[in-house]
Design a protein around this ligand. Structure first.
Ligand SMILES: Cc1ncc(COP(=O)(O)O)c(C=O)c1O
Length: 410
């Protein structure tokens, strides 16, 4: 098998599958941040309260003794509420009894979809940079990933590279719009190109739309399932973690045509049985919130995006303004960044701000080693605390030699 990778677990009883991917860099940064008492702009979870209505609904559900297993593929009331919300927002007809599987987070939905669709050797086209889970999702399901790079500054879909990535072995294309980490929102023409390729190669689009309600610049989220007849060959994944600021509740869903839904339900049943029953009930309340809730959420994040952009610019970080989601990528090439992991560890230890090294979003780590990702899903005070700490950065960089930074002309 050759040399063990650096992240290998030193015990030969552990499966080769597990040895082939590292632990989550994002969660590692969170641990380092706790250790150093830093400000955590690494992991994308809000540090502000969840909506009161949701908390009350969850408590009421527990008090009403909704504490046993829900139907494995989701409480009927929640599946119904998901179908109503999808119809209201995008005009899509979804049969709640047939097409919806409620899962423990979109994390489970994505893994269950891949396990339901992939046979070893099937190819998965993955747009890059990508949310770090898709790498292990591909490995665990046995897919051979084919990465298509989206390049800064606009991260537009490269048409020719996309066409070249599809082959007769392509089974799925994994899409995430609005995107983590770039914030890119795919345009209708780009989705059409992917849809045409899916039809030509009889492939399925698995789309992670968890940030569907966090879209700026007057842009609009377009679900892949609304393009032509793509609903027949799309697994749409979304959930309540980001839209309703409840990442710890672990409630999400996959919407797919009947046979694919049956396959996802089968995997889901044996993976987790079901998402937490009382929190599924509270998710019904979430999906019934009025339009002004979503307007408020967007205003909140527009303000936070501006705030963090200003702090990052002041620290000399060259942030890329995101079109959606709640992350900002910074290109630190101008500062001489060559080793994002070493620098991120130094940043959290010395400056006290945790960010995610850009390499964790790339198949070839070197492609992201000049990038860092910061989240702005935090209280204004948290963002300002991070800003105050980052203000020291230009001087620190000028004075000392810093891990991960290569000085030009030095
Ligand atoms: C693109 C993307 N998909 C999925 C998730 C995880 O979502 P969930 O909490 O529903 O598992 C995240 C969390 O950061 C994400 O950024």
């Amino acid at each position: 098998m050759g040399e063990q990778p650096r992240h290998a677990i030193a015990d030969s009883r552990v499966s080769a599958r597990v040895q082939s991917f590292p632990e989550s860099v994002i969660r590692e940064m969170t641990r380092l941040c706790l250790h150093h008492g830093g400000v955590n702009l690494a992991q994308g979870f809000p540090d502000f309260p969840a909506p009161l209505e949701l908390k009350q609904a969850a408590k009421a559900a527990i008090d009403a003794d909704l504490n046993q297993y829900a139907i494995t593929w989701g409480a009927p009331r929640l599946r119904e509420a998901i179908a109503v919300a999808v119809k209201r927002t995008y005009g899509l007809e979804v049969d709640p009894g047939r097409d919806v599987t409620v899962t423990c987070g979109s994390t489970e939905a994505m893994m269950a979809a891949m396990l339901a669709l992939i046979d070893p050797g099937d190819e998965a086209v993955i747009l890059e940079p990508f949310y770090e889970n898709y790498g292990p999702d591909a490995i665990v399901s046995g897919a051979s990933p084919r990465f298509v790079p989206l390049r800064p500054p606009d991260f537009a879909l490269p048409q020719e590279a996309m066409k070249a990535a599809f082959t007769t072995r392509t089974k799925v294309v994994v899409i995430n719009t609005p995107n983590n980490p770039t914030g890119r929102v795919l345009r209708t023409e780009e989705l059409r190109l992917i849809a045409d390729l899916c039809v030509d190669y009889d492939a399925i689009a698995v789309t992670d739309e968890i940030y569907e309600h966090i879209v700026y610049e007057g842009l609009r989220h377009v679900p892949m399932a609304t393009i032509g007849d793509m609903a027949e060959r799309t697994v749409t994944i979304s959930g309540i973690s980001k839209t309703y600021s409840v990442t710890g509740w672990r409630v999400a869903w996959a919407i797919a045509p009947p046979a694919i839904s049956d396959a996802i339900k089968r995997i889901h049943d044996f993976l987790t049985v079901g998402a937490p029953a009382p929190l599924q009930e509270a998710a019904v309340t979430a999906l019934q919130l009025p339009a002004r809730y979503y307007e408020g959420l967007l205003q909140l994040y527009i303000g936070k995006r501006q705030r963090l952009l200003a702090h990052l610019r002041a620290a000399g970080m060259s942030p890329v303004t995101p079109e959606g989601a709640y992350y900002i990528l910074c290109d630190l090439s101008d500062l001489g960044l060559v080793d994002d992991v070493a620098f991120a560890k130094w940043l959290v230890g010395t400056v006290g701000v945790a960010a995610v090294p850009g390499s964790s979003f790339y198949s070839r780590r070197a492609d992201g080693s000049h990038l860092l990702r910061f989240t702005f899903s935090k209280k204004d005070e948290t963002l300002d605390d991070a800003g105050a700490r980052l203000a020291a950065l230009p001087e620190l960089l000028g004075r000392a030699s810093v891990p991960g930074i290569e000085r030009r002309g030095a």
